[in-house]
Ligand binder design. Structure first.
Ligand SMILES: [Fe+2]
Length: 436
């Protein structure tokens, strides 16, 4: 049961559920935690807090019962709002947070300790916007200029991490920690010369070696600050590790890389790909996820699919199962808006092909409607490589007889992969070349 109690009734062993007042008015990083000692209570007193909410199912109850005030649910921010309403508000948040992050990062370059409360407040602002509408702020920060990249990349990765963590159903406190980790993951770049970061062409081996020091440099900067959660340091240190062990700085593999760092790697690369950089133009969201999907060994595949759901963008050619139990293939949107365009072609309940029908999912529908990735060969597609190419054509070129023949056609080599159509600039790109 949640109870609002005055500070005078607090004692070690109680579980703190909420502190009244703003985030900035209290000294704790965590919003919910067990009061372990008198010094925790003294810190609350010093912060001039009069009342808190405790959870008596997770800790001790007051000895002297206060006037009972039963709180049914924690207070949450206002519910989802439309993207148009949120865009204006998000633009304002982006403008303000860019200046705050610029100050924090420039201060770090000069050896100043990070003010953890200041960055935590930025996380709250970004998180609030993502909660009201997941896509407004994310779509605004994607359109950053090259000059703004350093600071707005941090804001973007923070927003993507918050949104991703929510889709995974992580607790609020973890969502905020992951958001903060996204915000500061690249702070070590403040110690990398801008001539290297902004070099338009290929980096020399020596320049690469310097750029690759940024995770460790970032950890050193974060280590000077007080109350930075371990998750932030972990993501800062490991966001360039890859699932197959070919990343840096340690070459960690699979489960050796934490959930937060695996998520951070996905958000970091997605934002880098969809941004204008000195060495490449911005790719569209669908181009970015299609390329990322093809880079075997770089990312956690299960997490990658949840990430697609969280941003409502899926790779071209991916087969997905919809809540209607039909299979659909993701079509290309070119460089247009990110809404997924799908072509439904199979009914798993009836085990039969259906006449192809195109649908466009509204952003908010995508995460609810697309329930999982599927392999068409598991459902009986015999010549999927050829059928996939046929299904990706313009709708007026589709032929029911061809589809039926390819579905039931001759056996093909198991595991044969399909080459997805990509633009020249995407197919020319090699992820090992440069992505920082
Ligand atoms: Fe990085």
């Amino acid at each position: 049961m949640l109870r609002r109690v005055p500070l005078s009734l607090l004692r070690p062993g109680m579980f703190l559920h909420a502190i009244e007042g703003s985030w900035l008015s209290h000294p704790f990083w965590r919003r919910r935690f067990l009061l372990r000692s008198d010094s925790d209570i003294a810190a609350l007193r010093d912060a001039d807090i009069a009342f808190v909410t405790i959870d008596t199912t997770r800790g001790l109850a007051p000895i002297e019962e206060p006037e009972p005030i039963i709180i049914t649910e924690p207070v949450v921010a206002s519910g989802p709002t439309g993207i148009t309403a949120e865009r204006e508000r998000a633009a304002d948040i982006v403008a303000r947070t860019r200046e705050i992050i610029r100050g924090v990062f420039e201060g770090a370059r000069l050896g100043k300790a990070i003010d953890s409360e200041q960055v935590a407040a930025v996380v709250d602002e970004i998180s609030g916007s993502v909660q009201r509408n997941a896509y407004a702020l994310i779509s605004i920060v994607r359109l950053k200029s090259k000059d703004d990249y350093s600071y707005l990349h941090s804001v973007a990765v923070c927003a993507l991490m918050v949104n991703f963590a929510r889709h995974l159903g992580l607790p609020d406190e973890t969502v905020r920690e992951f958001g903060l980790a996204g915000l500061v993951h690249d702070i070590g770049k403040m110690d990398v010369p801008s001539e290297i970061l902004n070099k338009p062409g290929r980096l020399t081996d020596e320049e690469f070696a310097i750029a690759r020091l940024h995770p460790e440099r970032g950890c050193a900067i974060l280590g000077r600050a007080e109350a930075i959660p371990a998750t932030a340091i972990d993501v800062c240190r490991h966001h360039h590790e890859k699932i197959d062990g070919t990343g840096y700085p340690f070459g960690l593999k699979g489960g050796e890389i934490s959930l937060a760092a695996r998520m951070g790697a996905i958000c970091d690369v997605y934002d880098a790909l969809t941004s204008d950089r000195a060495y490449k133009d911005a790719w569209s969201p669908i181009e970015a996820v299609t390329a990322m999907h093809g880079w075997n060994g770089q990312f956690d595949r299960d997490l990658l699919f949840t990430f697609y759901q969280s941003i409502a963008v899926f790779p071209v050619g991916m087969v997905v199962r919809l809540r209607s139990q039909r299979l659909a293939i993701i079509l290309s949107n070119g460089r247009r808006a990110s809404r997924p365009r799908l072509r439904v072609f199979y009914d798993t309940a009836a085990n039969s092909l259906v006449d192809p029908r195109d649908i466009i999912l509204a952003d908010d529908d995508a995460c609810k409607t697309v329930i999982r990735a599927e392999n068409a060969t598991d459902w009986g597609a015999h010549d999927w490589p050829a059928l996939c190419v046929h299904l990706l054509q313009e709708s007026d070129k589709l032929d029911r007889d061809v589809i039926a023949r390819l579905w039931a056609g001759v056996e093909t080599t198991p595991g044969e992969t399909v080459e997805m159509p990509t633009s020249d600039r995407v197919s020319r790109w090699r992820p090992s070349e440069r992505l920082d």
